[in-house]
Design a binder for this molecule. Sequence first.
Ligand code: XMP
Length: 514
Amino acid sequence: MKKETVIILDFGSQYSQLIARRIREINIYSKILPFNTPIDKIKEEKPEGIILSGGPSSVLTEESPKCSTEIFKLKIPVLGICYGEQLMVYGLNGKITPCNAREYGRTELFIQSKEDLFHDIPAEQITAWMSHGDKVEKLPGGFSAIACTDNTEFAAIANPRKKLYGIQFHPEVVHTEFGMKILENFCRNICSIKDQWTMSSYIDIAVKEIREKVKNKTVILALSGGVDSSVTAALINKAIGEQLICIFVNNGLLRKNEAEAVKKLYAKHFKINLKYVDAEKEFLKSLRGITDPEKKRKVIGNKFIEVFDNAALEIKEAEFLAQGTTYPDVIESVPIGDNPSSMIKSHHNVGGLPDIMNLRLLEPIRCLFKDEVRKLGLELGLPKEVVFRQPFPGPGLAVRLLGNLTKKKLDILREADYIVVDEIKKANLYYKVWQAFAVLLPVKSVGVMGDERSYENVAALRIVESDDAMTADWARIPHDILEKISSRIISEVRGINRVVLDITSKPPGTIEWE
Ligand code: XMP
């Protein structure tokens, strides 16, 4: 079954992903491809529509990214956004010149034609988000202006006969009024897309694809309990049931009750074939004496590969390795000029297979954004606590226990961490803050417990707000909740007699302490 698709050719705009998301928000499947994707590859995709993204370059420079002008002859509707509009005009022999006055930010747009792109927009004048240094000076044959601004005669242009459209503003950003409507008009009216791409239709398609690909073979998956691997497991389980074997490695660095919770949810509830590997001793042995944070990460990473490979090798019938790779991990764009944001992105999920095994990759959520993965998880019946759980680093508690790791110290940290999360949940803050956890410091301080002098470790509370973990701020948690956390840790956790609060933002700090 073919999905009706809109292809977005990426010319290096910071908004390319946003365009893709907006199209998906109107329940249409969209896909980003690099600007230099060969025309035959684009034809193979059989898209219903093509969007040329914006970009930081000027079409007037030799080295600026350009696509083949064949794209305008495919009889597929094309919408050029900002740089994309200029490229369309340039490619079809119109004229582009540098602006005298650069337009940037909110700009009034005067609509001249309510057909096609501006169909059903209940205003003659809307606010649009602009950001351009060049402008269209002369239109190619067959085009006419359909909107203008005070400075730009050709702020929106159309060649309805050939279904080619260009807009100088960004409909994908929230500051453009009716931006979604403009994109919807392009996809539904101009490209005539009928599909309603929803998560339940996605499940049907994905299940069918997995069955066709896997047939009666066996698939293995490293289940971490994180969102991506959990959703991947639930989806593949729906498609092929017992042919999926999940490997869950207990590295001894997990949170309290985590291994039990994973076993209960996947083995009992979802009836997933779960291979539980208790490697706690092995991990702790290899971490003995290591205090440097990066060394810890390396040892844990290598050990994981070793343990996972050994477990996987026991499953002789395995032919596929499933991975929870998601869309932001794989969107491939080509470096344009020295724009660092447009480099090929790599991620720990997108990696090599163990050499010794001859496994084929299965990545059923490869085309989904994070929020879509969550929607899919809920649709598949995963509980909210799993789908919206706070991020937990791969190296686990190891990067929250400063200095030398021992089982005893890990148990102390596990108890403190449990209390932090428990109280944050009780205060209805778990889904509001980005992360909330305890850090065990290799520092001892004096206290009094009853009549006795104590001399024990310090725990720090790290509770942060963030949108994407790139920047973060310490969360202003009400004092009574902090007090509850502190007093519970000190009275319930033997080994900690003092609690401090981390009030460092990121940058300059990081979220984790190691
Ligand atoms: P930092 O400490 O760099 O963390 O501000 C940003 C986000 O990444 C998580 N994090 C990790 N995740 N392996 C992971 O899978 C790691 O080694 C790692 N280190 C940090 C961290 O929890 C936060 O959400």
